[in-house]
Design a protein around this ligand. Sequence first.
Ligand SMILES: [Zn+2]
Length: 218
Amino acid sequence: MTKYEQIFENNRQWVAEHKANDALFFERLAGGQQPEYLYIGCSDSRVPTNEIMGLGAGEVFVHRNIANLVVNADLNVMSVINYAVRHLQVRHIVVCGHYQCGGVKAAMQSEDLGILNPWLRNIRDVYRLHKEELNLITDEAQRYDRLVELNVQEQCINVIKTAAVQQSYIKDGYPTVHGWVFDIHNGLLKDLKIDFEHILHEIQEIYDLTGQGVKINK
Ligand SMILES: [Zn+2]
């Protein structure tokens, strides 16, 4: 059996295991989804979303791209956020970066990367916003690690800027937005503990899309 064919064998085993544990598993899956989480992460193959969160089918709505970016003109990520918030009514949105991110590293090279230039430019913008802090870190590996964290933080802010998140939070009190980093060296998730309420208040000075002209009430 080739590696490719093995995938279908794996799949049949996966089906059999789930049916053995729960005869109605796939009936329920076909019935619809109600995930509590939206996960926005990097496409890197070393960060398997469901596995690291210990969640199964139907439990997390997923969007992945190079370097887990939330770009306001990207119809793809904006559609995912909009659908997850307005229709699935997810309670939590997670932006998850990871150390050793090739996208983050590539963004900081003095090199023309073609079609990747406009995409990775967003990471250079993160660097520019946090230049003072980053330039003080003399160890290059540590500087990249910090840039990974700051990139997650900035992408969380971009999620909070969306009308869907602002409006849903005022109306229903959710979703809240979280920033995580997956540590490829030990497999652990690190919660950056971004201050969602504080960021929401801060950005609403300029990015308020609630149409109410009021601050969020706790
Ligand atoms: Zn990555």
